[in-house]
Ligand binder design. Structure first.
Ligand SMILES: C[S@@+](CC[C@H](N)C(=O)[O-])C[C@H]1O[C@@H](n2cnc3c(N)ncnc32)[C@H](O)[C@@H]1O
Length: 292
């Protein structure tokens, strides 16, 4: 069969055909896989976005189409591809001091109380940033708390920062960011960050003294958690929007189990409890206190 070169000017050049819509069957398959693996709900109208994100994997694996990628995911050889699939579909948008009111609450209400309660006895303070993305959230927590703590060293203070996305965690742990991310911040919070000397003009690295306040780990919120707590504060911001009611309710119960009485839970700006929780009391804008 001869193919007219008038309609196919570059017949030997094969591009991954990510521009071809995912079939309903492939879309359902991906949506179920991502839901089972990460609890993330991909709705049908997100077809173009999903296709675009999977196109990266199509290219890396040398496949020709997203539909070939779906076929590959059904083979036993694809077991190790699950991490990459989840990395590809997660949305990592974040910012330093995003939703500033949480950090103001942390600095003005929570930290002074914890310091008063725990100091002198080498008391421990534990904070968990449970969907930390590229690190802007836990570094903002570290900078805020260091500012309140000052040079004191009589407290055992740690931040645990976790995310499901292994690629983004590498970035978070490195602590290297475009300098302009800090230039955009209000001067009072910008001044709370310490930077390593000798970085380039366009990039800066968070200083070791702030980086070592945080332990970064991979953790899937819908799987078993290895920590026993208790935590004084849990940040779970802008990830519930990807989960359904049942997943949110189950994670919330487990947060409550890990929070110390009087501890705080911060949710994202458009998030709320799926239903009232007997042990969580709303005390501010998306701020909940764990009742005794
Ligand atoms: C939009 S970012 C939010 C980052 C930060 N908390 C903030 O509010 O700026 C959502 C993060 O949730 C993570 N994520 C999605 N599903 C997850 C899961 N099942 N377990 C843990 N993290 C998850 C994503 O990888 C992503 O980095």
């Amino acid at each position: 069969m001869s193919v007219s070169t008038a309609t196919q000017p570059f017949p030997s050049f094969q591009q991954p055909s990510a521009d071809i819509m995912l079939t309903r069957e492939d879309m359902n398959f991906i949506a179920k896989l991502v839901y089972d693996q990460a609890g993330i709900v991909i709705r049908e109208h997100k077809e173009a976005m999903t296709r675009g994100r999977l196109a990266r994997r199509v290219k890396v694996l040398g496949l020709n189409s997203v539909s070939e990628y779906c076929a590959f995911l059904k083979t036993p050889q694809a077991a190790s591809e699950m991490t990459e699939l989840i990395n590809a579909v997660t949305t990592n948008h974040t910012a330093f001091f995003r939703e500033r009111h949480h950090f103001d609450h942390l600095a003005r209400e929570v930290m002074p109380r914890l310091i008063q309660e725990r100091s002198g006895r080498r008391g421990r303070i534990r904070i968990w940033s449970s969907a930390c993305s590229s690190g802007e959230e836990p570094y903002s927590i570290a900078a805020t708390c260091r500012d309140v703590l000052g040079p004191r060293s009589d407290l055992d203070f740690r931040i645990l920062a976790t995310d499901i996305d292994t690629d983004i965690l590498i970035k978070a742990e490195a602590g290297i960011y475009p300098a302009e991310q800090f230039e955009r911040l209000p001067a009072d919070v910008r001044g709370m960050f310490k930077f390593e000397a000798g970085a380039s003009r366009s990039e800066v690295r968070i200083a070791e003294e702030q980086r070592r306040m945080i332990a970064f780990k991979r953790l899937n919120l819908i799987e078993r958690w290895p920590m026993s707590g208790p935590f004084d504060i849990i940040f779970c911001r802008n990830v519930f929007i990807y989960f359904d009611t049942q997943t949110k309710a189950s994670i919330l119960d487990r947060f409550v189990d890990l929070l110390s009485p009087g501890g705080f839970l911060y949710l994202g700006h458009s998030e709320s409890l799926p239903s009232p929780h007997k042990n969580l009391r709303l005390i501010g804008r998306t701020i909940y206190e764990r009742t005794a």
